[in-house]
Design a binder for this molecule. Structure first.
Ligand SMILES: Cc1cc2nc3c(=O)[nH]c(=O)nc-3n(C[C@H](O)[C@H](O)[C@H](O)COP(=O)(O)O)c2cc1C
Length: 170
């Protein structure tokens, strides 16, 4: 027996991909935004998509520059995740404000975040206008991972709560 719930509530019950810090823009104007709407769109070629509201400063930067970086923080970076998700980069430098370091990667001009154990550099391939968020889908052209990175220590944001991924079943 199941109760009928609203379609909007229905999607809230889906477990999430890890929350990431998306790098946009270039030089000292480059910015970070916390993003929970992230997914793999293709394995070959490797493509990843991010859902961004047109209200965000990062949205303008994504329209101006054909690249972005997807930086996966671990649970030690929860405060930075909250900070980058509650301030606008329109008139502040979040890298500076939150003690994060621009990591200039191999294939994109847009920087990554040195403190994040996994950095995926992406070249924009497609933009999909859905509803209140638009999906920017990019090909991953370079990936950098620290030896210590553990998937089990990524941060999930799910219906107002922050978690780490659950138990291994098999
Ligand atoms: C945990 C968390 C997840 C978020 N996920 C998204 C998201 O998927 N897409 C989005 O557009 N905004 C998301 N936000 C909101 C933005 O991070 C927030 O509005 C940010 O201040 C925008 O920064 P900007 O104006 O510098 O781009 C999220 C915020 C938090 C705290």
């Amino acid at each position: 027996m199941k109760d009928e719930i609203s379609p909007r509530d229905g999607i809230k019950f889906l477990p999430h991909f890890p929350t990431v810090l998306v790098g946009t823009g270039t030089g000292n104007k480059s910015n970070l935004i916390t993003v929970a709407m992230v997914h793999v769109f293709s394995i070959d070629p490797p493509m990843i998509g991010i859902g961004i509201s047109p209200k965000r400063h990062s949205f303008k930067l994504l329209e101006e520059h054909g690249e972005f970086t997807v930086n996966i923080p671990d649970k030690e970076m929860l405060e930075e995740v909250k900070d980058c998700g509650s301030t606008s980069g329109e008139d502040t430098d979040k890298f500076k404000d939150f003690d994060l370091t621009r990591e200039q990667g191999g294939n994109t001009v847009v920087p990554g975040v040195r403190e994040c154990p996994l950095i995926l550099e992406c070249e924009q391939e497609k933009r999909i206008e859905t509803g209140d968020h638009h999906w920017f889908v990019g090909e991953v052209v370079n990936a950098m991972k620290s030896k210590e990175f553990k998937r089990s220590e990524a941060i999930l944001y799910w219906s107002g709560e922050f978690r780490t991924p659950g138990k291994l079943l098999e």
